[in-house]
Design a protein around this ligand. Structure first.
Ligand code: ZN
Length: 412
């Protein structure tokens, strides 16, 4: 098995003679001490940080940063003048009662992300390949645009596709342009493969990098076993600068870009849990120029593998990641609906006590059973008491994905 593509990249970039736990952690400690010195010098906000640390374990004594604190203090956390900010990500979340959380990135921060993408994408693409980029790509520094830049850097032809195209248009594009790899959101990829299968098209896709949403085992299994796709999962979030960790050929977890990110798995108090034990993913961006985050609580759950990876990499490997912060609410519904082959897509909306679910089917499904299971989930979660299910069996050939951004329960 080939070693994780991150190994060589980190070794060369950081000029480390041999990559092992001792050399990786020595590099991280050096970067953390430099980071603390830099942020303390530039902003009074960081006066709570210690002057320096003797070991990485000392991080446990540093206060955690909550989403609420980030929202309230993002201006003081910006270390550069506004004129040097290239990209701003504005996010709204339920936890912040409508207040916007802003993340700032410099040109150099963006370049780091593109460089990481160009490395990670080698797990699915190589020179001469033809790659579908099916991610939000409507702005200059959107994730889709950065992925496209990274692919061009490794001489892979890019076919960007908007998220509101129909599955039919996509299947035709992939077939006509002989596209053999893709970067996509997991459930959209599943829907596309099911659609193509249903109309009897055999797509030339061989490998896919999935990101930006939960990817439960049943989904990866179907993409892998039924559609023979080499599936590589990526974990990243806006707060990590979009890139974060990527699977290797062993497909048993995602190796972390440990030269740019310190990921800690912690209990509620911010203490480390043992490797192999689940906890909250807490991240520190070691090198961000504009707005580094120190011990940011992502709200996501996961664990670090306690076993050495079969690929030979000594980079830490994230496993069982659950995107609690973004898509937990969809998971139980996914488990009812997307585990059924005949389901192409669905959306869910909620208005006071009424929950409406639209389901697009390619064939008849066991509707009574599905209805019962959906009712059970909705009542148990307390989302509503009035449940309305709309079955759409006619329009699947003209269907475009319901969600063009993050999948969630719509409330307006
Ligand atoms: Zn590995």
């Amino acid at each position: 098995m080939r070693r994780s593509v991150l190994d060589n990249w980190i070794q060369q970039k950081e000029e480390i003679a041999e990559l092992n736990r001792a050399s990786i952690e020595e590099m991280q400690l050096k970067k953390i001490n430099a980071l603390f010195a830099r942020v303390k010098e530039k902003s009074a906000y960081y006066s709570y940080l210690p002057g320096g640390m003797d070991s990485l374990a000392d991080m446990q004594a540093v206060a955690l940063l909550s989403e609420r604190q980030l929202t309230a203090n993002h201006r003081q956390m910006l270390l550069l003048s506004q004129s040097r900010v290239e990209k701003v990500i504005t996010m709204y979340s339920s936890a912040t009662t409508g207040q916007a959380k802003r993340l700032f990135f410099s040109e150099e921060d963006i370049e780091k992300t593109v460089d990481f993408f160009a490395c990670g994408l080698r797990e699915i693409a190589t020179e001469g390949d033809r790659c579908l980029v099916w991610m939000p790509a409507n702005a200059e520094h959107s994730v889709g645009a950065l992925i496209a830049r990274a692919l061009e850097r490794i001489n892979v032809a890019v076919f960007s596709c908007s998220l509101d195209e129909t599955f039919d248009a996509l299947a035709c594009l992939v077939e006509e342009k002989k596209i053999n790899c893709a970067v996509a959101m997991p459930f959209k990829m599943l829907s596309l493969m099911r659609y193509a299968d249903k109309i009897g098209k055999s797509l030339p896709l061989k490998s896919v990098l999935i990101s930006a949403d939960s990817a439960p085992p049943f989904l990866k299994k179907e993409l892998d076993e039924r559609f023979s796709l080499h599936v590589i999962e990526h974990y990243g979030l806006s707060e990590s600068g979009l890139g974060g960790a990527v699977e290797c050929g062993d497909k048993s977890g995602m190796h972390i870009r440990e030269n740019d990110l310190l990921i800690e798995i912690t209990d509620e108090k911010g203490n480390w849990v043992r490797d192999g034990q689940e906890g909250e993913i807490v991240l520190t961006t070691l090198c961000h120029e504009a707005m580094p985050l120190i011990r940011y609580r992502t709200g996501d759950k996961g664990k670090i593998s306690a076993q050495a990876c079969a690929c030979g990499s000594t980079l830490k490997k994230l496993q069982n990641v659950r995107r609690e912060a973004v898509s937990n609410e969809m998971s139980p519904l996914d488990a009812v609906l997307f585990t059924r082959d005949g389901v192409l897509d669905y959306r869910v909306a909620r208005q006071e006590k009424r929950v409406t679910i639209d389901i697009v089917l390619t064939d008849k499904a066991d509707r009574e059973v599905i209805e019962k299971e959906l009712e059970y989930v909705i009542l148990q979660k307390g989302w509503g008491v009035n449940i309305e299910i709309h079955w759409h069996t006619e329009k699947w050939r003209r269907h475009a994905p319901y969600y063009t951004a993050k999948r969630k329960i719509m409330t307006e």
